[in-house]
Design a protein around this ligand. Structure first.
Ligand code: PEP
Ligand code: MG
Length: 878
């Protein structure tokens, strides 16, 4: 039989997996001889068993808890439920990874109608005893018994209001006694039974409630956002209460060894006199800066400074500590590595290396790559943001902050921009290439449909613009140019809103933004990342401008240039459409001749910017629904341009309509159906390469054939490419090396990777489509389905943003192994959106890829994640 309960002095910091972060650190502090109230930890394994046993605590575990309670009583010399010398405990959650505020806590457990009288006598402080009891009923009622906190708050507010009081501390013992009576009446009304009076029963109920809170909504969302597996479970810490609410020589507070917002090396925190921990969190009273403690209790303040220094040295990282002062004496209730902003993370990492506390590799691991995102984009002023109330939430599709006037049509947005309006938010049900100009002039984009790899999301990330996708909290009416928020407020064209692409929140007002400012510390951390990583980082870029931005962030090549994206602009999309709807080869060649010089000029621009770095150019892969003209005005203009009748064109568009465009005539299928497309595109690439070479700039083109599921498709298109390229090179009398490879984005391509690899110089994994097809889940509609899956706890994370190692990842690993069997030196990379996601980058490193490719703004994130993957590999193999 296992052991499920540990006294604090039985554990230490290395037992985080078993005791949770809080439990392990309480044990470690106990071992260091710091003033920690005594207690024990019920392990994460007990939580796992609780769930495996159908949400029940086994008799053996309950027995162990009660036995440990007796040991604690003996050690402390107080007894649970004793009327003369009662033991009261706190019951707190604590998982392996810190999840601040996500799970539940119960304080003052052990009180009942009789014990409260004893406590009042013992402490000669009736006010304190009843204040503790009313807090306990409220917390237990809310957390354990599901009686809404607001109902208790109402009673408390009413009591204060009736006596014209502002603060809880002004309530007398008699007031609090009356509140306790009302609280208990509320409990009886709500639950149909009296408030539980047996302390041991209270304890077991509270432990179960903390286990349950592992599955509450906010904990589930937090885990998803922070890659914390659901099967870790939480531990529960049962600890002797110390009281910050016994009078003005008491209090409670939080302290950080360095400033968590700026990283400055100076203790930072808040303190609340005569209070318990939840008062700070609940924001009922405004805490004082920590320095206030120095004034009211200089001895405890100095002791806190000493402990802070000891703990930071011990843990070799910035610490976030909770403490309580009871009648002048300091107690430590928690320490953990402190959460910090991106700016602070970089500064602390660099400072700790300069202070010779950490090595560069260790310091690298202290920065969360995802936090760099916020640093590279404009952000909201944190103070204003805190005070703002969201009017809706969507998917955080492209990070950053944007505030502007709303427009519901790309053309209206462009007109407003041209008329001098510089802060614009484009709102669409979903975007299509027709919206590109509007997206271009907008500060941010919001759509009500679409997922993390929808058109809007992919294009916005590429542009480095903030975007929220799939925000169905807002009822958007494009026709009437307005939307209605969930609270019924209507917002019309020209009204201000603000959107946070990092969190997905929408605000119905103008919020001030702050420009990104890259610090010296950012450069230092990037320098370390480059030193340690082996995985290369390329970028997805479709224009010379995007390519130049990515080079600034340190991209080492282009992993994906989507050639159809070069035709988003208004003056180009017509040529592209003409090519798509051409009925004959002759017509198509005419359209392609219009496309050729545009593409050639773009490729030349990109090659010049990239200066010999590899550039992977993908042959056309336009899902037809994104490119066919929809609006009658576009159909009319195109018909005129092509010299065909309006009705004929409507007929052609209808004929080309596909039920499943994502599985339709796209990728290599288009080039197989119309070989002249591959031929002309190859001409554009090779002629551009030859021209730029002649200017003395070296070039490394890699021509990529998309959406291949069979090697015969690859061979067919490859033959056209090679024949065209070699002829052009021969005719130019020059030498030019180029590669021809394929995207691996269909499960069948993974399964037959050994056959396909024979004809490919490289593979680039298109994980957007590979995920879509492996899951059979449309990437454009995934958002709403996944939301339901998250709500119903079927999925823990979004596989369109993070590689699913069990399915999609398994296919990738298999393809890598099969390909390397037949071609040891085949180049392998990834260019789906996952290439900028840290855990996916680590996955790619681990399966032996050569590079990842991501949108320009995510290059630093991928570099840091690649370096961390390398350090992790090194640690594991040592
Ligand atoms: C992919 O499918 O992962 C990919 C990069 O191609 P696209 O997103 O253009 O379909
Ligand atoms: Mg694809």
């Amino acid at each position: 039989m296992g052991k499920y309960v540990y006294l604090f002095h039985e554990g230490n910091a290395s037992k985080k997996d078993l005791l949770g972060g809080k439990g392990a650190n309480l044990a470690e502090m106990t071992g260091l001889g710091l003033p920690v109230p005594r207690g024990f930890t019920v392990t994460t394994e007990a939580c796992t068993r609780y769930y495996n046993d159908g949400r029940a605590i086994g008799v053996d575990i309950e027995g162990e808890i009660l036995k440990m309670l007796r040991t604690l009583e003996n050690n402390i010399g107080k007894k649970f439920g004793d009327l003369d010398n009662p033991l009261l405990v706190s019951v707190r959650s604590g998982s392996r990874a810190s999840m601040p505020g996500m799970m539940d806590t119960i304080l003052n457990l052990g009180l009942n109608d009789e014990v409260v009288v004893g406590l009042a006598k013992l402490t000669s402080n009736e006010r304190f005893a009843y204040d503790s009891y009313r807090r306990f009923i409220q917390m237990f009622g809310d957390v354990v018994m599901d009686v809404k906190k607001e109902k208790f708050e109402e009673i408390l507010s009413e009591a204060k209001k009736s006596k014209n009081l502002k603060s809880d501390t002004e309530l007398t013992a008699e007031d609090l006694k009356a509140i306790v009576v009302k609280y208990k009446e509320l409990f009886l009304r709500e639950k149909g039974s009296e408030f539980p009076q047996k302390p041991k029963e209270q304890l077991i109920m509270a432990i179960k409630a903390v286990f349950r809170s592992w599955e509450n909504d906010r904990a589930v969302v937090y885990r998803r956002l922070n890659d914390i597996p659901a099967d870790w479970g939480t531990a529960v810490n049962v600890q002797e209460m110390v009281y910050g609410n016994m009078g003005d020589d008491c209090g409670t507070g939080v302290a950080f060894t360095r400033n968590p917002n700026t990283g400055e090396k100076k203790i930072y925190g808040e303190f609340l006199l005569n209070a318990q921990g939840e008062d700070v969190v609940a924001g009922i009273r405004t805490p004082q800066p920590l320095e206030h403690l120095e004034k009211v209790n200089p001895v405890a303040y100095r002791e806190l400074l000493n402990i802070a220094e000891t703990l930071e040295k011990h843990y070799r990282d910035m610490q976030d500590m909770e403490f309580t002062v009871e009648r002048g004496k300091l107690f430590m209730l928690q320490t953990r590595n402190g959460k910090r902003t991106g700016v602070a993370a970089l500064k602390i990492a660099v400072d700790l290396v300069n202070e010779e506390v950490l090595s560069e590799e260790e310091a690298l691991m202290k920065v969360d790559p995802k936090q760099l995102d916020a640093l590279l984009h404009p952000n909201f002023d944190p103070v204003t943001l805190k005070a703002a109330t969201p009017i809706g939430k969507g998917l955080p599709a492209s990070p950053g902050a944007a505030t502007g006037k709303i427009y519901f049509d790309a053309k209206d947005a462009v007109d407003a921009f041209n008329a001098g309006e510089k802060q614009i938010i484009l709102i669409r049900a979903e975007t299509s290439p027709e919206d590109i100009e509007g997206m271009n002039v907008a500060e941010g984009i919001l759509t009500s449909r679409g997922g993390m790899t929808s058109h809007a999301a992919v294009v916005a990330r590429g542009m480095g613009k903030c975007c929220i996708a799939g925000c169905d909290d807002l009822a958007i009416n494009e026709k009437d140019k307005c939307f209605v928020a969930e609270d019924g407020t209507k917002y019309c064209e020209g009204d201000w809103i603000s959107i946070n692409g990092t969190s997905g929140f929408v605000y119905g007002e103008k919020l001030p933004t702050i420009e990104a400012d890259m610090s010296e510390e950012f450069d230092t951390v990037m320098f370390w990342a480059d030193k340690f990583r082996t995985l290369k980082v390329r970028t997805n870029a479709d224009t010379p401008k995007d390519a130049a931005a990515a080079i600034k962030f340190g991209a080492e090549g282009i992993g994906l240039c989507r050639t159809e994206h070069m035709f988003f602009e208004e003056d180009r999309i017509a040529a592209m459409r003409e090519m798509i709807i051409s009925n004959t080869e002759e017509q198509r060649r005419r359209a392609l001749e219009k496309i050729l010089p545009m593409q050639k000029a773009d490729f030349e621009g990109i090659f010049r910017v990239m200066k010999g770095r590899p550039v992977t150019i993908r042959l056309l892969d336009p899902p037809l629904h994104e490119f066919l003209p929809q609006k009658d005005s576009d159909i009319k203009a195109l018909a005129e341009d092509m010299g065909i009748g309006h009705d004929d064109l409507v007929g052609i568009v209808a004929q080309l309509h596909e039920t499943n465009p994502m599985l339709g005539n796209r990728g290599c299928r288009l080039a197989i159906m119309y070989p002249e497309i591959a031929e002309v595109q190859t001409r554009a690439i090779i002629e551009a390469a030859i021209n730029v070479t002649k200017e003395g700039v070296s070039v490394s083109p890699e021509i990529m054939i998309p959406l291949v599921c069979d090697n015969r498709e690859l061979l067919y298109v490859k033959n056209i490419v090679v024949e065209t390229a070699d002829r052009l090179i021969r005719e130019a009398g020059t030498k030019l090396d180029y590669l021809v490879g394929t995207m691996i984005e269909i499960p069948r391509a993974c399964l037959t990777a050994d056959i396909i690899a024979k004809d490919a110089d490289f593979f680039s994994f298109g994980t957007n489509d590979l995920t879509q097809m492996t899951y059979g889940l449309s990437r454009d509609d995934a958002g709403r389905i996944l939301d339901t899956y998250f709500d119903k706890k079927i999925f823990e994370y979004d596989p369109t943003t993070k590689i699913d190692p069990q399915g999609v990842g398994r296919l990738m690993k298999m393809a890598v192994e099969l390909a390397r069997c037949v071609k040891k030196d085949i180049k392998l990379g990834i260019c789906g959106e996952h290439g900028g996601d840290p855990s996916s980058v680590e996955f790619c490193h681990n399966i032996g890829m050569e590079y990842v490719s991501c949108s320009p703004y995510r290059v630093p994130i991928a570099k840091l994640a690649a370096a961390q993957a390398m350090v992790n590999t090194f640690v594991q193999t040592c």
